[in-house]
Design a protein around this ligand. Structure first.
Ligand SMILES: *Cc1c(COP(=O)(O)O)cnc(C)c1O
Length: 380
């Protein structure tokens, strides 16, 4: 059976060009980038080339990019790193209720160590309230961490407004841009972003590599002790092939951003209009505007989400009920709860996330299957 993949927010397929660029670094070019002989220098040079490409995608300087093992590591590194290095200035952090667990659980871990965290509420579309943000700032606030775009409902936060407020109070502003990078334009200079996390496997590079941007001049304590790699901020021999892959993926994303966005947007809008037309009672979760181009999330009242996924799977369709990180537990998604969905509606929700391989024909198949399955599972 043909697999139709609509779970690009969970992970993406490594692009052919990305894989090809990586392959030599597994054997011919296996030198340790810290070694001084020629094949070591080749690896070192490949890393520095990749660093430029990652920097280019978000308009950072190459020396502001640190390679990490994943998006979660980037989030941990900067949130803990800022907290520990500024603990004399303050112990208060502001974030939102709908962050990825990599941010939420990091903040919870800091709370156990004596830091205080404000988790901003969001409205029914998933936006934080700017007045709430302003009002929650204290004399001892050291960090604001608000995600660029949400992984479940695709809501894009007003990043420039947030960064201006952070700047006004001299607070570091970090954004988890794992879902946004490669899908919408990001310019850290223009947007006033101090720190940003991204991950390879969400933008057609492999799993197990990520990057962290930190603006020059912002101090943070390192996360891992050991060798002096990554300007002494991230010990451990670099995943050269992974980094090369991430660099290539960022280069391609940069070249094709407009086309890619338009392609996803077209698929998403077609899917949303088809569902609204053909499935009675379907409710779109999240905002219609300011939404990631490839994200759709619907609640189908009275339909059991797990049964829905299993039925879709039997037709070769991969989708998600919430996020990959919360599925497998019976608790409703914290994001859907935060935007006001009842537990029942949250359990009836389906996330569809499009990627570059999807076609209109895929969506017709998806909509037909969905109509059939929802009708079968709906309780009357
Ligand atoms: C996937 C994801 C992460 C975690 O990235 P990993 O590379 O899987 O650790 C963090 N934040 C968001 C918004 C994500 O979607």
């Amino acid at each position: 059976m043909k697999i139709r993949y609509f779970d690009n927010a969970a992970t993406t397929r490594v692009k052919k060009e990305v894989l090809e660029e990586m392959l030599p670094y597994f054997n011919e070019r296996y030198g340790n980038p810290s070694s001084l002989y020629s094949i070591g220098r080749i690896s070192k040079k490949a890393i520095e080339e990749a660093r430029k490409k990652v920097a280019n995608l978000i308009n950072a300087n190459p020396n502001e990019i640190y390679f990490t093992g994943c998006g979660s590591e980037s989030d941990n590194t900067i949130i803990k790193g800022i907290a520990y290095s500024r603990r004399k200035q303050g112990k208060h952090i502001i974030t939102s209720q709908i962050e990825h667990p990599a941010v939420l659980h990091t903040c919870q871990s800091l709370e156990k160590q004596g830091f205080e965290v404000t988790y901003l509420k969001v409205n029914k579309d998933g936006f934080i309230n700017i007045d709430d943000l302003r009002n929650s700032i204290r004399n001892d606030t050291i960090l604001i961490s608000i995600m660029f775009a949400n992984n479940e409902i695709g809501t894009i936060q007003p990043i420039e407004v947030i960064s201006k407020i952070a700047k006004m109070y001299n607070i570091v502003f970090h954004t988890d841009a794992v879902q946004a990078c490669g899908n919408i334009p990001i310019d850290v200079k223009k947007m006033g972003i101090d720190a940003l996390s991204l991950s390879g496997h969400k933008l057609y590079a492999p799993k197990g590599v990520g990057a962290l941007y930190v603006k020059n001049g912002i101090e943070f304590e390192k996360f891992m002790d050991g060798g002096h790699q990554e300007k002494n901020k991230r010990a451990g021999t670099e995943s050269v092939a992974g980094i090369v892959g991430l660099g290539k993926a960022c280069e391609l994303a940069n070249q094709n951003l407009r086309e890619h966005m338009n392609h996803l947007k077209e698929l998403r809008d077609y899917f949303i209009s088809q569902v609204e037309e053909k499935i009675q009672g379907a409710i779109l979760n999240g905002s219609k505007q300011d939404r990631l181009p490839g994200n759709a999330n619907f609640a189908f009242p009275t339909v059991d989400g797990e049964a829905l996924l299993l039925n879709l799977d039997s037709k070769g369709i991969c989708a998600s009920s919430g996020s990959a990180c919360t599925s497998g537990t019976s608790k409703p998604s914290h994001v859907l709860s935060s935007i006001g969905l009842s537990d029942e509606l949250a359990h009836s929700s389906l996330r569809i996330t499009f990627g570059e391989d999807n076609t209109k024909e895929d969506i017709d198949y998806l909509v037909t299957s969905l109509c059939e399955i929802v009708q079968k599972l709906q309780k009357r």
